[in-house]
Design a protein around this ligand. Structure first.
Ligand SMILES: C[S@@+](CC[C@H](N)C(=O)[O-])C[C@H]1O[C@@H](n2cnc3c(N)ncnc32)[C@H](O)[C@@H]1O
Ligand code: SF4
Length: 383
């Protein structure tokens, strides 16, 4: 067993690498659900959690993670019995406990189980409510199944319900972009993640999407126009745009992700899961068989690991933190990293401020909102 770290990370991420079927655009670590493989995986997951010796199922309240996030893949593809197995060894969370759900594998029984076992936030993978879009994206649910699932969850007492949408898919109209947002809001959600479709050459459906898009994959104008429509529509309905792809009703930002963007440490367990603990970042292997065989010896399932120290660590923290529209709190940054943000970036800040790209206040530095659609290119200055 690995020695327990002196300071515990704030969060726990748990990866479930199974889906009912695979969507051609997706490159997340996941494979088609087979009950026996999922049984073996859950046993391996328990072994990794115990061997890492960071969070314990029976821990006192002080030693629990602030947030837990079960993601995938598709956690809701697990049977009720498998969910029971999973929750028999996971710690509770002090504050936020999220589980990702796909509408086609959602049932009242599963939601009741999750609610009764401490899950207080659900994140639904809807992607679009448009019937043609659902077919094109190879989703297994219909639009009314998605609306029913989200409404049922919203009425069941979860503190927060979120919907994931994808925009920029082939032949999607501006009207559809707006209607997707309106339908999500009308179904009673507190949070919406709206992603531009990303197509990696390694995605199974890459060639098909390239053909359908007719070479328009990187059309920045479409992305920018969609962004404007989404932001206008959501802000008119009382949502706050708090990160490039994320919107919430006031007080409903995803605490797990916000903490990660502000440099808080987290433990990730499972296939391909990433961690940042005690100053070390590592990622697990993506070979399911090997993971199931070796997860009891965590060092054997690590694919890469790096220790970031000093200024390199502070710079990495700045790059994540700048993703948030609220920007970097300079005092909190100095406390966390030991570095003075203004001093560290004295060569680039004046130029970026003069061009109106970053706003600099007494205790805060942020990237101006209109530059967030091209945030990645701006963050290059801070790496
Ligand atoms: C970890 S995935 C899993 C969610 C869930 N299995 C689902 O598909 O409904 C989380 C979200 O990432 C987004 N996503 C996945 N692949 C994407 C891609 N290639 N481009 C943009 N967003 C993507 C989708 O919105 C998805 O809901
Ligand atoms: S988008 Fe979700 S359901 Fe589709 S393959 Fe990826 S993780 Fe699985």
């Amino acid at each position: 067993m690995t020695p327990r770290p002196a300071s515990l990370p704030q969060s726990l991420y748990v990866h479930i690498p199974f889906c009912a079927s695979r969507c051609g655009y997706c490159t997340f670590t996941s494979t088609v659900y087979v009950p026996e493989k999922a049984d073996a995986y859950l046993a391996a997951l328990e072994k990794e959690l115990r061997a890492r010796n960071v969070f314990r199922t029976d821990a006192d309240a002080d030693a629990l993670p602030e947030t837990v996030f079960i993601g995938g893949g598709t956690p809701s593809v697990l049977s009720l019995a498998q969910m029971e197995r999973l929750f028999s060894f996971l710690p509770k969370s002090k504050s936020e406990f999220t589980c990702e759900i796909n509408p086609d594998s959602c049932s009242r029984e599963k939601l009741e189980f999750l609610r009764d076992h401490g899950v207080n936030r659900l994140s639904f993978g809807v992607q679009t409510f448009d019937p043609d879009g659902l077919k094109l994206l190879q989703r297994r649910h219909s639009w009314d199944q998605a609306v029913d699932a989200v409404r049922m969850a919203a009425a069941m007492g979860f503190s927060s319900v979120s919907v994931d949408l994808i925009n920029g898919w082939p032949r999607q109209t501006e009207r559809c972009v707006r209607e997707d947002i309106e339908r999500a809001v009308d179904s009673g959600v507190h949070h919406i993640s709206s992603y531009n479709l990303i197509l990696e050459p390694s995605a199974a459906g890459y060639a098909r999407y390239c053909e359908l898009l007719g070479g328009e994959i990187a059309d920045e104008d479409v992305g920018r126009r969609n962004w404007e429509i989404i932001e206008e529509t959501l802000e008119s309905k009382g949502f706050t745009h708090y990160e490039t792809s994320n919107f919430s009703r006031p007080g409903f930002a995803c605490m797990h992700n916000v903490m990660t963007w502000k440099g808080e440490e987290y433990l990730g367990i499972g296939l391909g899961a990433c961690s940042h603990c005690a100053g070390v970042r590592w990622g697990n292997i993506e070979d399911l068989e090997r993971y199931c065989r070796d997860s009891g010896k965590p060092e054997a399932v690590v694919a890469y690991s790096e220790k970031l120290e000093g200024e390199a660590k502070a710079r990495e923290c700045a790059v994540f933190w700048l993703r948030l529209f609220e920007g970097v709190d300079l005092r909190a940054f100095a406390k966390k990293t030991g570095f003075d943000f203004r001093e560290m970036y004295r060569d680039v800040l004046p130029g970026l401020a003069a061009e109106g790209i970053v706003a600099v206040d007494a205790n805060n530095i942020r990237v101006e909102k209109k530059f967030h659609p091209v945030l990645d290119s701006i963050l290059e200055y801070f790496i």
